[in-house]
Design a protein around this ligand. Structure first.
Ligand code: ATP
Ligand code: MG
Length: 445
């Protein structure tokens, strides 16, 4: 992508309305623009990140056996009256009336909708278990939308719903999502710790929130330090008991958000030198709530002896748009964002120090073509701009690698390759540059 033709409205100064670093950097890097309180447009660079995050979430959901659907944003109020939640949900629900005076709403979540779909589509226990998910915009009229996309009113969520014949089978579905979440966040470079959680208005009894530690997190969290270094099992399918083993390993040590925290319990469970007390960002939340929705909505299947059995369900959310901010909270420095390669909007920023110079142009274009052929996304700064402005833009938008091409280096046949995270710089021939980048990015191509 040539920067000269791209839409990247970067800002030099820190916008006053942004309190936390991820919000400031998303605005400065031209990723988002506010439309109204808690509602944002995603500009080209931001949308690329959002799509990368979404795709990792999707791949891990698919790998865990869930099937993607797409439900509408607008739902009928009647369905929510059936579950009893229409009145309970309160002021966070955006209620709409259509031209025929029918009560509608902008979905804050989809338990009712998916339960209705499932109820009408499944007859027998033989069709269980199933897990359906979608990645769709939600609306919650938050009292205090703030921190940019971290607490928006309109936000993108992945929500999955499991359907099982028994609570025991439901636990297996829950465990699958638990492990899928660990893998999902790890692929984004994040250490997300599952913590025992309150179930809130959605209800139920088995629930974990996944929190990423960051100074600006909205939740106070307490956990055992070893959880930060806990390793995940290798990829590949796990048996039910292996799954349970992973979940046990992650849940046997103390980890709780302020809602569930108990000081005496924490101190008894964790030796003093292992006590972590920090701020955290909730990036995911999983619930097993049994028959909470299937009961009122009559979601049943026929069992092996012809009897009707009420389905056991759980729901599993990931804050896809919140993650874009959360990842920046975890990875930035004074100069800007430092994207993990897996979610970076482009892999490489190619800086032509003398755009218009035939040799510099040719060298850049050749590298751009070679990297593109290897599946590497390059943002090529071919603008006629000062070097300083080009460097600071590249640092600000945080692409993992920079390649700097100028007349001086070209004379000795060398490009400068900079690692954005470490600041390390190498002088490499054009061939070695391409080889270096291909191997450094091999994991994410
Ligand atoms: P919170 O406690 O942060 O208000 P919640 O418990 O109401 O969130 P869930 O219903 O568990 O949220 O939603 C699943 C995920 O969606 C959350 O873990 C979070 O990552 C994300 N999310 C929830 N509310 C928002 C919001 N207002 N803006 C952005 N992401 C959100
Ligand atoms: Mg929650």
């Amino acid at each position: 992508m040539r920067l000269s033709t791209y839409f990247l409205p970067v800002m030099r100064d820190t916008p006053k309305e942004a309190e936390i670093v991820s919000h400031q950097l998303m605005l400065r890097a031209g990723m988002i623009r506010q439309s109204s309180a808690g509602i944002y447009s995603w500009l080209p660079l931001g949308l690329r990140v959002l799509k990368k995050i979404e795709q990792i979430v999707r791949e891990e959901q698919n790998r865990a056996g869930a099937h993607e659907v797409l439900m509408p944003t607008i739902q009928s109020a009647d369905l929510w009256r059936e579950s009893g939640r229409y009145d309970d949900y309160g002021a966070e629900m955006l209620r709409i009336t259509d031209r025929h005076d029918r009560d509608m709403l902008y979905g804050p979540t989809n338990e009712e909708q998916i339960t209705q779909i499932f109820r009408d589509g499944v007859k027998s226990y033989k069709e269980l278990p199933r897990n359906l998910y979608h990645i769709q915009w939600k609306f919650r009229d938050e009292v205090r939308p703030r921190f940019g996309v971290m607490r928006g009113r309109e936000f993108l969520m992945k929500d999955a719903y499991s359907f099982d014949i028994s609570a025991e089978a439901g636990t297996v579905s829950y465990n699958k999502m638990f492990v899928a979440y660990l893998r999902t966040f790890k692929r984004m470079g994040l250490t997300a710790i599952p913590m025992i959680a309150e179930t809130g208005p959605i209800g139920g009894n088995l629930s974990h929130e996944f929190l990423v530690l960051a100074k600006t997190g909205e939740s106070q969290v307490y956990c055992h330090a070893d959880l930060l270094a806990e390793a995940l099992p290798d990829e590949g399918d796990l048996t039910d008991s292996e799954l349970q083993g992973v979940v046990d390993r992650w849940t046997e040590r103390y980890a709780a958000t302020e809602d569930k925290y108990d000081q005496a319990e924490f101190e008894a469970a964790v030796p003093e030198d292992k006590r972590v007390s920090a701020r955290g960002i909730e990036v995911g939340h999983i619930f097993f709530f049994g028959t909470k929705y299937s009961e009122p909505l009559g979601c049943k299947v026929q069992g092996p002896n012809g009897e009707m059995i009420t389905i056991q369900s759980g729901s599993y959310g990931v804050g896809v748009s919140r993650l874009a901010g959360g990842i920046i909270e975890a990875f930035h420095d004074d100069d800007g964002i430092i994207w993990p390669a897996s979610v970076a909007p482009f892999h490489v920023g190619l800086i032509n120090l003398k755009a218009g110079d035939a040799d510099c142009d040719a060298a850049c274009e050749m590298l751009d073509r070679e990297l593109a052929a290897a599946g590497i996304d390059v943002l090529y700064d071919d603008r006629d701009e000062r070097a300083g402005a080009k460097f600071s833009t590249m640092d600000l938008i945080g692409l993992p690698w920079q390649v700097i091409v100028g007349p001086k280096g070209l004379k000795s046949g060398e490009f400068e390759v900079k690692n954005r995270a470490t600041g390390e710089r190498l002088s490499l021939s054009p061939q070695a540059t391409a080889a270096h980048l291909k191997s450094a990015l091999a994991d994410v191509l």
